[in-house]
Design a protein around this ligand. Structure first.
Ligand code: FES
Length: 76
């Protein structure tokens, strides 16, 4: 999931909940596909519920200090 040099743009509706990968092993980026269980459950996905309609940006490079969110580190 962290082979990109840009974030994943995820369009959400208010109240929608998504489970975002934080282990980097998912095959369904940026969403959790259960792959973290093979790591002993050390890194759990983030359950995020949108408070409004709009886009969120999920790190695709793995350099963010705020995984799963893009913090701009991909451009530094
Ligand atoms: S895509 Fe990783 S910090 Fe932006």
């Amino acid at each position: 999931m962290y082979e990109k040099n840009s974030p994943y743009e995820v369009e959400l509706k208010a109240g929608q909940t998504v489970y975002l990968c934080r282990c980097g092993k998912t095959q369904s980026a940026p969403y959790c596909d259960g792959s973290h269980s093979s790591l002993g459950g050390v890194v759990e996905p983030l359950a995020h519920t949108a408070d409004k309609d709009g886009k969120v940006y999920v790190c695709g490079c793995g350099k963010s200090d705020n995984i799963p969110w893009c913090d701009g580190s991909h451009s530094r």
